[in-house]
Design a protein around this ligand. Structure first.
Ligand code: AMP
Ligand code: MN
Ligand code: MN
Ligand code: MN
Length: 293
């Protein structure tokens, strides 16, 4: 069956759209095919795969979604450095073959290997041997070594209880295994996404360590660069943050997105498709989409 998606649904808010998740092509634990299978099993009605800084899983996921009749949206989660803080910008409905986007993502990824070696060295200095090699065992895409892979190694070694525990004691600023990285600039990332025919969405805005003034400036910069959406209901948000970012969406005139940020069974606390619907006050990002496989 071919997926089809017609504009003019009675209430797009009621569609179980999951527009943020990961596969083995970045720091998820399932193959793109397995992510799609699981999404269908969980009742997802429209899915975007949004791996970090690469599009390697899109073909496979789109193919599987086509077989199962699941409307599928090609996506990517771009790492951005803004004011010294790492910000994530999701690109949705991007052309995965767009040369400028692919080249920009390749440059964004390029420092990851050297960074991973340095993370390994820092952990060794802190008494944890073999972390680089250990992290590599969890890597599904050699172009994409991430802190998450180190986190899995630290859990495997019994050094931390779970991945969340890792990110309170290691791999974060001021702790062993933190290597700052300069990612894409905000206007570059949004520009690549728009140039590839996509819509740029600010990912999990509640997760950044910014004060109110900085947050306002960051969201303004995102919008000025051409960003059109913001994640309101995210697996990385608390219930209070759903309401908070619904207000922010209205204040900034941004469309609202919804996604689990699923990384894998047993690791993510939020399952694919299992976040609440968007609040009534916002306009869903997909309100005017027409998709076909
Ligand atoms: P990297 O792109 O290598 O800096 O790794 C970033 C990834 O680490 C994110 O995409 C998350 O998957 C993971 N991560 C960061 N902070 C946390 C946290 N507090 N809890 C769980 N995972 C986290
Ligand atoms: Mn991740
Ligand atoms: Mn993210
Ligand atoms: Mn994510």
């Amino acid at each position: 069956m071919k997926p089809s998606f017609v504009a003019g649904w009675a209430d797009p808010r009621r569609i179980n759209a999951d527009l943020h998740c990961h596969s083995l092509m970045s720091d998820g634990t399932l193959s793109p095919t397995a992510v799609v299978d699981r999404a269908v099993a969980q009742g997802v009605e429209m899915l975007a795969l949004t791996d970090h800084d690469n599009l390697a899983g899109i073909d496979e996921a789109a193919g599987r979604a086509g077989e199962l009749g699941l409307p599928f949206v090609p996506g990517v989660e771009v790492s951005v450095t803004w004011g010294g803080e790492t910000i994530h910008v999701v690109g949705l409905k991007v052309d995965p073959l767009d040369a400028v986007l692919c080249d920009g993502l390749a440059r964004t990824r390029s420092g990851r290997d050297a960074r991973a070696i340095e993370i390994g060295e820092q952990l060794a200095a802190a008494g944890i041997a073999g972390a680089y090699e250990g992290a590599l065992r969890y890597v599904g895409n050699p172009a994409l070594v991430s802190r998450t892979h180190f986190a899995r190694f630290l859990v495997e070694q019994g050094i931390c209880r779970d991945v969340s525990d890792v990110f309170t004691r290691y791999l974060i600023e001021g702790r062993p295994g933190y290597v700052p990285q300069r990612w894409a600039a905000m206007d570059e990332a949004v520009g690549w996404i728009r140039g590839a025919g996509g819509q740029a969405v600010l990912a999990h805005p509640g997760r950044y360590r910014l004060d109110a003034v900085e947050r306002h400036a960051m969201i303004s910069d995102f919008r000025d660069a051409g960003g059109v959406g913001i994640e309101v209901v995210s697996g990385s948000h608390t219930v209070a943050q759903y309401a908070e970012y619904a207000r922010v969406a209205v204040e900034f005139g941004l469309l609202a997105s919804r996604g689990s940020d699923f990384h894998g069974p047993g690791e993510s606390h939020v399952e694919l498709g299992q976040v609440p619907p968007l609040p009534d006050s916002v306009v869903p990002l997909w309100h005017d989409w027409e998709l076909a496989a």
